[in-house]
Design a protein around this ligand. Structure first.
Ligand code: ZN
Length: 435
């Protein structure tokens, strides 16, 4: 944490934005959904970064109030006009077919086709993203311009898909630390060609897992890559006995857009992860903090009242608050290497605080101990000694087993790394013990 930027994972993470972007480029063409071959292909790519344990849960398995759905495979889909031209072609864009569309082969008029077309009149070049996971349906998503140019038909409409009993698959990587207490990191992997939501989070999570796997850490880190909603519900149903180990958690999504980092608190609101992100917002590292709301991504399941886990959500611009959300405009131009690198660096900062934050007790609490003879100020490495001295005095004064280092950093307005460095120096000098 001290003045060695080259070796500091937080500084080094920022340079990984280009690698995250390259991974998004590789994932972009795959047509993903909540089940099916796109999920497998995505997990195969993730596995290059971190070894995964895959769990396959059969269709029909009861998971709390839900059931694992049938598995969806899409091979082709198109609308052909009277001249036989593919005027809407799934092979040109994954978003053209409604995700989970049932198989279909039909001839129809424009009027018959019309209720099954989705477009965005206010953004006439964009294709919307639509799903029908839990009700049997079909449809085509098109740009408004395509829709207007379709003509009257008749049309040949085909969706070459399967919706059959199969499995729901999620992958997880458990990076064991010195303790069994876990940090849970959940990323959904079910969206097709949408870069911010959600390829950005997959890419950042892959790089973070790879970096963490290469070094030692105190806590264990569990990365889960699964479909949105049904994935976290299924994981919770299969792992109910494990959740007591979860000490901190983050749902990651939308980490590549140009907006500021936004943290949504856990339902508890005052969990340590909420306090860490609150501290980072106060110091300007995170742009905005929001209270929990039961709308969004998989934090809804982790923070359902029966679990109420200390799991918050980290995004840049939150879902549904940018026009490109769930449209073809959430493409490779919408995400940047800089934003991805910044998101990864922020996660490294959060992990550094998670790892170092602790409560200490002052072992010489009656008046101030003499610091000079203990050599505490000798190893400050050129840092302004008065700032470090302040950190030492704050840590000594506040360490009665109550406030943790994060509280002391917030109260003193000193950086967390300086407070942590002071605590380490005091512990080494025998003046402080970890509670
Ligand atoms: Zn989404």
């Amino acid at each position: 944490m001290s003045a060695k930027p080259a070796a500091d994972p937080i500084f080094a993470a920022r340079d990984q934005g280009a690698a995250a972007f390259a991974l998004i480029e590789e994932l972009y063409p795959i047509c993903r959904s909540i089940t099916g071959p796109g999920v497998t292909a995505t997990l195969d790519i993730i596995e290059r970064f971190v070894p995964l344990k895959r769990t396959q849960v059969p269709t029909g398995t009861k998971v709390f109030d839900w059931e694992v759905p049938r598995e969806w495979t899409i091979r082709d889909a198109f609308i052909k006009n009277a001249a036989g031209d593919r005027v809407v072609d799934f092979k040109k864009h994954n978003l053209h077919v409604v995700s989970y569309a049932v198989p279909l082969r039909a001839k129809m008029s424009r009027a018959e086709l019309e209720p099954y077309l989705y477009s965005i009149p206010e953004n006439p070049d964009w294709i919307p993203y639509r799903t029908s996971y839990y009700c049997e349906s079909w449809g085509f998503c098109v740009s408004q311009r395509q829709r207007e140019a379709l003509g009257d038909g008749p049309f040949e409409v085909e969706i070459d898909s399967d919706l059959k009993p199969g499995v729901l698959t999620y992958g997880e990587a458990l990076l064991k630390g010195e303790t069994a207490e876990e940090v849970l990191i959940y990323t959904h992997i079910c969206h097709p060609s949408l870069c911010n939501d959600n390829l950005s989070a997959i890419a950042v999570a892959c790089l973070l897992a790879q970096r963490l796997a290469a070094r030692t850490h105190g806590l264990s880190y569990r990365f889960i890559f699964g479909p949105v909603t049904i994935g976290s519900i299924t994981w919770l149903a299969m792992n109910e006995a494990r959740v007591a180990n979860i000490r901190h958690g983050l749902v990651l999504a939308s980490l590549g857009d140009r907006g500021a980092l936004t943290y949504k608190r856990s339902r508890r609101g005052d969990a340590e992860i909420d306090r860490i992100l609150g501290f980072l917002a106060e110091t300007g590292r995170v742009g905005a903090i929001e209270d929990f709301s039961p709308y969004g991504y998989d934090e809804r399941q982790f923070c359902s009242p029966g679990f109420n886990l200390p799991v918050g959500r980290l995004t840049r611009t939150p879902n549904a608050r940018y026009a490109e959300y769930h449209t073809s405009a959430d493409d490779l131009d919408f995400v940047t290497s800089e934003a991805l690198g910044d998101s990864l660096a922020a996660l490294e900062t959060i992990i550094a605080i998670i790892e170092l934050n602790a409560r200490y007790i002052n072992l010489a609490p009656k008046c101030e101990p003499r610091l000079g003879p203990r050599g505490i100020f000798r190893n400050t490495g050129g840092r302004n000694p008065s700032e470090f001295e302040h950190a030492i005095l704050w840590v000594l004064n506040q360490s009665d087993g109550g406030p943790d280092l994060l509280s002391i950093a917030a109260k003193s307005k000193l950086s967390f790394s300086l407070i942590a460095e002071a605590a380490t120096a005091l512990a080494e000098a025998g003046l402080l013990a970890r509670v």
